[in-house]
Ligand binder design. Sequence first.
Ligand code: 5AD
Ligand code: SF4
Length: 473
Amino acid sequence: MKPPRKLHIKSYGCQMNVYDAQRMVDTLAPEGFVETSSVDDADLVILNTCHIREKASEKVYSELGRLRLVKDEAARNGRQMNIAVAGCVAQAEGDEIIRRAPAVDVVVGPQSYHHLPQLLAHAKRHGRALETEFPVEDKFGFLAPPKPAAIRARGISSFVTVQEGCDKFCTFCVVPYTRGAEVSRPVSKIVDDVRRLTENGVCEITLIGQNVNAYHGEGPEGRIWSLGNLLHHLAGLPGVMRLRYSTSHPRDVDETLIEAHRDLPALMPFVHLPVQSGSDRILAAMNRKHTADEYRRVIDRFRAVRQDIAFSSDFIVGFPGETEEDFAATLALVTQIGYAGAYSFKYSPRPGTPAADLRETVSAAEMDERLVRLQELIDSQQSAFNQAAIGSTVDVLFERAARNPGQIVGRTAYLQPAHVMASPDIIGKILPVTIESLERYSLLGKLAPSVGAPPAQAAPAQIIASSQMTSGA
Ligand code: 5AD
Ligand code: SF4
C-alpha cells in the first residue's frame, strides 16, 4: 500500500470556506490524502482564500511567498510539495496568481473544487492547472461525502450548504462575481446530508449560504420550498436538536421564516441580519434595496413572534459619500435595535464592483474614527447583553472539553461559550446551566438540576465567534 499523502488546508474568511475546506478534505480522502496541521511535512497545501476585502485577498500573496520557501526546501530534500489556491481569490484573480506566483500548481474556483483530483493529476503531467469556470454540473453531486469517522472528529455542530451565490449585487460586494448566481440545493440532498451528520453524532446544524434566506430549493414533490419550509422539515428529523442559518438579507425574510421562528423550538432565536448602514441615502447607493425603516420593520416581525430573539449585523463605515450625518444615522439605528453583537468594517474598494468607481471617497482618518465610535457602541451593547445572562439559567449544548482540566464548554442559544465543571458525558447534550460570572467573552456557570420545571430562557447575551462569520447578504 502506498503511504498516505499529507494535506494541509488553510481557510480564510467566511464559514462557507470552512465548510468547503472540509468537503475538499473529504474529496481528496479517496485519493489517499490525510490532513496534517503542519505545512512543513505536507505533500499538498491548499489555501482556501477570501476576496471580500483588500486585506483578506492580499494575505494570499504574502502566504504564497512563505510557501514557496517551504516548497523549495522540500525539493532540496527530494520531496515534492504541491500548492493549490482555492476559494474566491482564485476565482477573481486566477490568471494573476498563475503569473505572480510560479510556485502555485493548481488554481481552482469555488464552483470547481470537486475537480481537484483531476486538476492535481493534470498539474503533475503538464505543469500547472487552472479552473475558474462555473461548470454546468452541480459540484455537490460529485463531492465525496464525509466518512463517519471524519464527521465524528469534527464535533457535534456542523455547517450544511443549502444555497450558494447571490443575485443582490450590492455595489460594494464581490460575492455575486466570485460565487456566481444564486443556486439552491434540492431538499432531498440536504436531508441526506443532515441524516448522515446526525447518524454520526451531530446535533446542531447551521444552514449556510451567501444569501441563505433566498433559498428556493426543489422539494420532493416538485414544488419550490422556502428556507422556512426547509427548517420546518429539518426540525422534524431525528437527532436535530438545534438549527441555525446564516447569512440572511432583510429583503428575503418571508412569512414562512417568521413562522419557523414562531413554531420551532429547535430554531435558535439568534439571527445574523446585516444592514450595513442606517442611512437611506447610503443604503440606496449600496443598492441594498431597502430603507432603514424597512429593516426596523423586519426586526419587529421577528420580535413579535419570539420575544427572546437577538440579532447581530454587519456594518460598513466610510462607504463613498458617507457624511457625518449618514454615519449618525447608523449609530442611531444601532441604538434603536440593540444588537447582541456585530461586525463592522472599513469600506474597501473591490476591483470590478460598481462602488469602486465612485469618487467621493471618505478619508482614512475619518474611516478609522467612525469605526472606533461604532465599535465602542456595539461593544457596549454586547457587554450589556452578556452581563444580562448572569444569574439566569440557560440551555447550553455541550461541545467539547475546555482547555482547563475538568471543564466542558458548550454554547447558549446565542452562541455564547459557556463553561461548567462536569464529566465529558454531557457532550452532545442540552442542559440547563445557571450562569454565575463572565470571564472576558465566556460565561461560567454550574449545571442546574434538570428535573422539575423547564429551564427559564435567559435574557439574551452573546458573543460571536469569528469562525461563525459569513460573507454575504
Ligand atoms: N468593504 C468592506 N466591507 C465589505 N463587506 C463586503 N464587501 C465589503 C467591502 N467591499 C462586508 C459586509 C458584508 C460582510 C461579510 O463583509 O458588511 O456583510
Ligand atoms: Fe449579496 Fe450580501 Fe454581497 Fe449584497 S452584501 S451582494 S446581499 S452577498
